[in-house]
Design a protein around this ligand. Structure first.
Ligand SMILES: Cc1ncc(COP(=O)(O)OP(=O)(O)O)c(N)n1
Ligand SMILES: Cc1ncsc1CCOP(=O)(O)O
Length: 506
């Protein structure tokens, strides 16, 4: 069994367990992480009121860091309530040391100042806020203030155009490693949009604002979930997408415990598609509101991606019912003719033949569908493709791109690359089976899925067992000694995996 990520949480004990370290530990446990804690203070509070905050001594604080550090390095550290100036100074010293030794450890800082219980009692002495950012920002990778914390700490108005906020952050703090995640729950909008600023990059993660009562621990939970997903080595944009989906699920499952607002629920790994945020980016085209026509899922299965008519004919002759013509050279001789032949072959074999990239020619000759990558999505005329009645397949490489792809209502979503591949230079690491399984669980019943990248005969059965609707392959077929036999073998394997899947259900 693989080891869980180790996540350190630096913050205060909340006797009610609605927020604070107790909420952090539950979140991490829910996400399969091993949580370790460094207590900064003990608070006596319940769902309504904070009675007393007692900071630990610097000696006790230092001892907790040292004893953990003597034993194990974490994958990520989440820092929240630092109740006084001495502990801010001590914490920044430890972060400096850790960053010097292990710069790859992600530090997430949630600058908690007050409890969100009815009376909103202050948890941090006001002098602790002085120099807080000067001391902490050099070492943190993510800072996750809510609107009030953001304005109090930065003196930048959160009520202005996001580009203006980005500009002022840069002006004040320079371009650095720090990602600012400005949480939008306190805006008086119908949507709850969290804005991510990193240098000039600005991106919104937006969900409908939920009208729910049990909202305690929202900030703690979001930043801990973010730390956990970073601990699993997800990219920043994927980890933020997942944290936002997690918090939406947690808000929906909150429970009334005590007389004030109750704590959030713990919804498990984000696998509810409706909890994924909408992605908002400058220069990003609006979604395609009308769905693309559906593919016939029963015909998906083995999905060869080939670069010539000869290969297309070969695989269709073996009984493949979904295939793609992928000719990367825009100036290829006879490209138009090849696309026309591919479309004709698809019709002859009653197969779903997609054309990679060349969407204008695909429309012109009446293709069944086109397959586009993320960059192509920004430039292709999707409305035209949709109105012409073509299907659309979209490449994705993680949660962020999946969330972005959903705005276009595609006919299928491709998930890659699963294993190392020689066929194409990939800018990211292979995803592996576990991540594929999560994506399939997320999309099942909503969008057909395709797995691609490095899938060969040995790996095929395990990939198919995830329940993915289709397995796309290039070299497993085109470099095979006997491609006809391999294609037929894979078709048989896929059919078998469907039968096993059906047995599991019954
Ligand atoms: C089924 C399927 N999935 C992914 C891809 C890759 O498409 P894209 O990201 O556009 O990259 P290129 O194929 O253009 O290199 C695909 N072709 N098919
Ligand atoms: C086109 C493409 N897109 C993601 S991985 C890949 C190549 C898949 O080729 P192979 O099946 O040979 O690894």
């Amino acid at each position: 069994m693989s080891k869980p990520p180790v996540i350190w949480c630096v913050g205060g004990s909340d006797s009610s367990a609605h927020a604070g370290l107790q909420a952090d530990l539950r979140t991490g446990q829910d996400l399969g992480c091993h949580m370790q804690s460094i207590v900064t203070c003990v608070t006596a509070q319940n769902s309504k009121v904070v009675e007393l905050v007692e900071p630990v001594s610097v000696a006790m604080f230092d001892a907790q860091w040292q004893v953990l550090l003597d034993d194990v390095y974490p994958q990520a550290i989440k820092v929240s309530l630092l109740p006084n100036h001495e502990l801010v100074v001590a914490c920044s010293k430890w972060l400096e040391k850790i960053k010097r030794q292990r710069p790859e450890i992600n530090i997430v800082f949630d600058p908690v100042m007050a409890a969100s219980s009815e009376t909103g009692n202050r948890l941090q002495q006001s002098e602790a806020a002085v120099d807080l950012l000067t001391l902490m920002l050099p070492y943190v990778d993510y800072i996750t203030p809510n609107l009030l914390e953001f304005e109090a700490l930065t003196q930048i108005s959160a009520h202005q155009a996001v580009n203006q906020i980005a500009f002022q952050i840069i002006e004040k703090y320079g371009v650095s490693q720090v990602s600012w995640l400005l949480k939008g729950g306190h805006y008086a909008d119908a949507a709850a949009t969290d804005w991510w600023f990193k240098g000039e990059r600005v991106c919104g993660f937006s969900t409908e604002k939920l009208s729910v009562h049990n909202t305690r621990g929202t900030g703690c939970t979001l930043s801990t979930a973010l730390s956990c997903f970073l601990g699993y080595d997800y990219f920043a944009d994927d980890a933020i997408t997942m944290a936002k989906a997690y918090i939406t699920g947690a808000l929906k499952t909150g429970v009334q415990i005590g007389q004030g607002a109750g704590p959030l629920g713990r919804p498990g790994w984000p696998e509810q598609i409706e909890n994924l945020p909408e992605i908002l980016m400058a220069n990003m085209r609006l979604g395609q509101p009308l769905p693309f026509p559906m593919v016939d899922v029963d015909l998906m299965g083995v999905y060869p991606v080939v670069d010539s008519i000869a290969w297309l004919e070969l695989v269709l002759r073996q009984g493949v019912r979904m295939a793609q013509l992928r000719i990367k050279d825009t100036d290829a001789v006879g490209l138009d003719e090849q696309i026309q032949q591919a479309i004709l072959l698809g019709k002859t074999h009653q197969a779903q033949v997609f054309i990679n990239d060349h969407w204008e020619k695909a429309i012109k000759y009446g293709a069944y569908g086109v397959h586009l990558g993320q960059e192509d999505l920004q430039v292709a005329d999707l409305t035209h493709i949709q109105q012409a009645g073509l299907r659309l397949g979209v490449s994705t490489h993680g949660y962020f791109e999946i969330a972005r792809a959903l705005a276009f209502n595609p006919s299928y979503i491709a998930l890659g690359h699963i294993y190392p591949t020689q066929t194409k230079q990939m800018p990211s690491q292979p995803q592996g089976l576990k991540r594929l399984q999560h994506y399939v669980n997320l999309l099942k019943g909503h969008y057909p899925t395709v797995a691609i990248g490095g899938i060969n005969c040995e790996r095929f059965a395990a990939v198919a067992a995830t329940g993915v609707n289709s397995v796309a392959l290039v070299t497993a077929i085109t470099l095979a000694e006997a491609p006809e036999r391999v294609t037929r073998f894979l078709i048989g394997e896929f059919e078998q995996s469907k039968e096993v899947g059906n047995e599991d259900i019954s």
